[in-house]
Each structure stands twice: as structure tokens, then as C-alpha cells.
Design a protein around this ligand. Structure first.
Ligand code: GLN
Length: 538
């Protein structure tokens, strides 16, 4: 549509956690709905190469792309809003930037020069920002810069933005600065000073915000917008109110109402149109007007943090809207589950999802949970570690292999029903070495999975080192736990089911990563339906 790609930068000030990712995704949705080809990129100023080695307590969920990148959870929002896959190029960290520059230095490519933050690190940042733009696949690239202006770590990124604005020339870039306008209840007033300071900090690095998006708990008056415009050097229509919303899926419409898309397109000298949000609005309507509700237990060990299972929670929202069902997700800490309290904690649920995870903490509670739902025929979905726990539970309690385990938890278990994958045996480094990204899976026609996907071959995203041990396949099958999905090349078991139960499915992959507003994941949709059916029956 356009000849040169245009670049939008989203920076943040005053506070972290203002929701830059949602604002970027909402703006992208509005631009995409006017016919522009959009992608969003996240630059993270930390030194880890990627968030794959970060604990969910530190950084929330690690999102996995088709090409196997372990990325920031904001990429999940981008995909869920836009329904366009992201890739390795959509998430860049300081660690990755330095690694490229240092590798280049070791190859002697700097020809004897002193390697410095400016220009070498900033050049590498600029190159990474433009990789997506230069691909020819996008009209507009939105780059979200993690962290807050004024942080030492963010400085090279802001400097790269300043230089790119000069390199690319007028009307090819736009800087959106997201700030907080706090309400002081003692004074009964919204305060603009933190925003003024934040814009000033940005200006000290030579970057002038074109648009202010102001997070607020109360509406901004016209007077306040005028004041912010005057003090911060922006046009009044470029002061955008971003009021707290009851759901993130309302934000595109709130931004439309405030005219964010128009101001951006005007700045970039691109044509603006009325966005076609018909399908989006249909989804929001269904999400907000459920006809029934189900309660699903989410058994995990990071349940106190809402970001740790972000994609799973969002996938339930998509599936719920599809079925016009309100899905109440009840987080249940697996560490505090035991046979003595299981009935009390799980007895009232309409479905149970046992979550992905790593390491030993909380696994016995997950196994107890699987036993309870299996014996009571409660709909069950096990994802990755959740599927592995279902296999261990069946081995211990049905096959009577009391010491069955995963070698992840007990290296010397006499019955390693979950084993280290052959391809992992010589792996030493932890970062980026799991079985990652999209793999094919062939479905057996007899299972629930085949019915749900309505296809014989599917692709799903993975993130694991351990697998179902095929040496036990016949034993499981004879007893009633049936593998129904396999990797067509290696034969790895990707799905197990218990046909004797009404709905019992464990998957080695992560279906939640692929659920979007326009494409709710079929497995989640079917699981919600099964929970509804179970609720009506009980
Ligand atoms: N820890 C398990 C493995 O590595 C499961 C991983 C997961 O749940 N993502 O195989």
C-alpha cells in the first residue's frame, strides 16, 4: 500500500506496567482494519538473550513463536489482536544486540575500530528495527520499547530512535509516549506533572513525543488536555486519554473513539479510513453477554501471578466468547493440593486444566488433581507438563507402576514413563535449547483431537525437553490411555486421551499460543463445551 515502510515508536514514562503492549496492539488493530499491513516489535532492555531462561515470577509467561523464539508475553497480545504470526525478529533484547556486536568484533569486522555504544550498539539496534520494515511484508512497523524513559538501560534505544527519526526523515516516523496521569484523592485532582517530567526526560535525549497516550482512572477534561498539549509540545488532538477498561479487548474501540489512529496516520501522511471492526466487535459483544457460565480450575504453581499463564487465560476468553459462555478460571496452587483436600478444592469444578511448568515443586499436587478428575470423569486438559503428569498418574494408579516418574523429577526412576528426548541428551546449555516452535502432528482418526481439529495433520508450538516414553506405549494402550497424535517424522507422542472418560485430553504442545480473537483455538473451544455439558449433567 505504501512504498516505504513507516515506523511508529512506543515509549513509556512515569511508571512501568502501563500497558504499552496493549496500546501498541490496539493501534495496530485499528490500522490493520483500515487495510495496512502491520507488525509489532518489542525491544527489551535487559541483558538476557531472551526471556526463555527467566522465571515467570520475574517476567510472566514466556511466549513461543512459530519459528521457535522464546519471547516476551507482549508478542502474545500482538498475535491475539492481529492474527498475524510473529517471529524471532519481533523480540530483541540488549543481550542479543551485544552478542551480535561482540561476535562481529571477534570476526574482525570492525577493522580495528574501537567498538562503542554509539555508534556500534545503536547501529545494531537500528538494523534490528528495520529488519521487519525492509522485508517488504509490512507498511507500518510498530516498535515498543520496554522499560521506562530515564532508565540507564533504555538510553541506547532512545538514542537509536532519535537517529532513525533523522535518517528516515519527516512523516516516516511517529513517537507515541505512554504516561500515567495519577488521581490524587486528597486533592481530588488528576495531576499532569509526572507526564510533563517524563516528556522532558525524553526531550533530554533529543526525542520529542508526537503523541501522548495518558493512562488514567478518570476522564481527562478538555482543560487538562490543553494543559498537557501546551506543556509537552504536542497538538491537543494528540493528547489521547486511555482510561482503565474492564477488558483489554475494549481498548481498540477506546483508542478509536479518542482518534489515536487518525492522529498517527496524519503524522505519517497516510490515508485514514473508517476501520472495519465488525468481527472484532462481534467477539466483544459475545464476550460481554454470555448465556451461561462454567468454572474451570487452573492447576499450576505460579497461580498468584496473573501474567504467568497469560495465553491460557486469553485462550479461555476467546473460547468462551465463541460458545457465549463465561469461563471463570479458578487458580489452584498445586503445592497445597493433597488427597485429603482434593474433593473440597476440585469437587465443584466443571473442568480442570493442569498447566505447563518445569521442575519438581508442586508436581505431586498436579498428579493428585489428575487422579481426581480422571476418577470423577471431570473434563480434563493437560498442557505440556500437565500432559506428562496425566501419563505419570495413569502409570502409578492404573498400570500399578508406583514408582513411575519423569526423569526430569527423578533421574533414576525405575519407570521413566516420561523420558528425556533423544535430541536433548547431549544438550548442556539451558538457553534456547528446548524443542521449540512449530512441529507437525498427525492425528489418529479415532480420537477426540481428530474430531476437534477436523484435520489429519496439524501444527502446534512446543517448548519442552521431555517426552512420553514410547517403550510403555503398548502397556498404556492396553490399559486405556491412548496416544492419538504423533510427530510424523520421529513418532513422538504429542497427544494422549482416555476414551473411557467423556473428555480427557493431554497435549505435549501449547495450544494456547495459537488462540486469537479471530481464531479461537478449537481445543479450548471443545474443552469449554465439554465443561458446559458436564455442568448441565451433574
Ligand atoms: N518440564 C517439561 C519438559 O521440559 C514440560 C515443559 C512445559 O510444560 N512447557 O518437558
Amino acid at each position: 500500500m505504501t512504498t516505504n515502510p513507516k515506523y511508529i515508536f512506543v515509549t513509556g514514562g512515569v511508571s512501568s506496567s502501563l500497558g504499552k503492549g496493549i496500546i501498541a496492539a490496539s493501534l495496530a488493530k485499528l490500522l490493520q482494519s483500515q487495510g495496512y499491513r502491520i507488525t509489532i516489535q518489542k525491544l527489551d532492555p535487559y541483558i538476557n538473550i531472551d526471556p526463555g531462561t527467566l522465571n515467570p515470577y520475574e517476567h510472566g509467561e514466556c511466549y513461543v513463536t512459530d519459528d521457535g523464539a522464546e519471547t516476551d508475553l507482549d508478542l502474545g497480545h500482538y498475535e491475539r489482536f492481529l492474527n498475524v504470526p510473529t517471529s524471532q525478529a519481533n523480540n530483541v533484547t540488549t543481550g542479543r544486540i551485544y552478542q551480535s556486536v561482540i561476535d562481529k568484533e571477534r570476526r574482525g569486522e570492525f577493522l580495528g575500530k574501537t567498538v562503542q555504544v554509539i555508534p556500534h550498539i545503536t547501529d545494531e539496534i537500528k538494523r534490528r528495527i528495520q529488519i521487519l520494515g525492509n522485508s517488504g511484508d509490512y507498511d507500518i512497523v510498530i516498535t515498543e520499547i520496554g522499560g521506562t524513559v530515564g532508565d540507564i538501560e533504555s538510553l541506547p534505544y532512545i538514542e537509536a530512535v532519535r537517529q532513525l527519526e533523522w535518517d528516515l526523515g519527516e512523516h516516516n516516523t511517529c513517537v507515541i509516549h505512554l504516561t500515567l496521569v495519577p488521581y490524587l484523592s486528597a486533592a481530588g485532582e488528576l495531576k499532569t506533572k509526572p507526564t510533563q517530567h517524563s516528556v522532558k526526560t525524553l526531550m533530554e535525549s533529543g526525542v520529542q513525543a508526537d503523541i501522548l497516550v495518558c493512562r488514567t482512572e478518570h476522564p481527562l477534561s478538555e482543560g487538562l488536555k490543553t494543559k498537557l498539549a501546551r506543556f509537552c509540545n504536542v497538538k491537543k488532538e494528540a493528547v489521547i486519554e486511555s482510561i482503565d477498561a474492564s477488558t483489554i479487548y475494549d481498548v481498540p474501540n477506546l483508542m478509536l473513539h479518542e482518534g489515536l489512529d487518525k492522529v498517527v496516520l496524519n503524522q505519517l501522511q497516510l490515508k485514514s479510513d473508517v476501520p472495519n471492526l465488525e468481527r472484532w466487535n462481534e467477539f466483544v459483544k459475545r464476550h460481554k453477554n454470555p448465556k451461561s457460565e462454567v468454572t474451570i480450575g487452573l492447576i499450576g504453581k505460579y497461580v498468584e501471578l496473573q501474567d504467568s499463564y497469560k495465553s491460557i487465560l486469553e485462550a479461555f476468553i476467546h473460547a468462551g466468547a465463541e460458545k457465549e459462555v463465561k469461563v471463570i478460571v479458578e487458580p489452584i496452587h498445586s503445592e497445597y493440593l493433597s488427597e485429603s483436600n482434593i474433593e473440597f478444592k476440585l469437587g465443584h469444578l466443571d473442568g480442570v486444566l493442569v498447566a505447563p511448568g518445569f521442575g519438581e515443586r508442586g508436581i505431586e499436587g498436579k498428579i493428585d488433581a489428575v487422579k481426581f478428575v480422571r476418577e470423577n470423569n471431570i473434563p480434563f486438559l493437560g498442557i505440556c507438563l500437565g500432559m506428562q503428569m496425566a501419563v505419570i498418574e495413569y502409570a502409578r494408579n492404573v498400570l500399578n507402576l508406583k514408582d513411575a516418574n519423569s526423569v526430569e523429577m527423578d533421574e533414576k526412576t525405575p519407570n521413566p514413563v516420561i523420558n528425556l528426548m533423544e535430541s536433548q541428551k547431549n544438550v548442556v546449555n539451558k538457553g534456547g535449547t528446548m524443542r521449540l516452535g512449530t512441529w507437525d502432528c498427525k492425528l489418529e482418526t479415532k480420537g477426540i483431537a481428530h474430531k476437534v481439529y477436523q484435520s489429519e495433520m496439524i501444527t502446534e508450538r512446543h517448548r519442552h525437553r521431555f517426552e512420553f516414553n514410547s517403550a510403555y506405549k503398548a502397556q498404556f494402550e492396553n490399559a486405556g490411555l491412548i496416544p492419538t497424535g504423533f510427530n510424523p517424522d520421529t513418532g513422538l507422542v504429542e497427544i494422549v486421551e482416555i476414551p473411557e472418560n467423556d473428555w480427557f485430553v493431554g497435549v505435549q504442545y501449547h495450544p494456547e499460543y495459537k488462540s486469537t480473537v479471530s481464531n479461537p483455538h478449537p481445543l479450548f473451544v471443545a474443552f469449554v463445551s465439554a465443561a458446559l455439558k458436564y455442568k448441565k449433567k451433574k
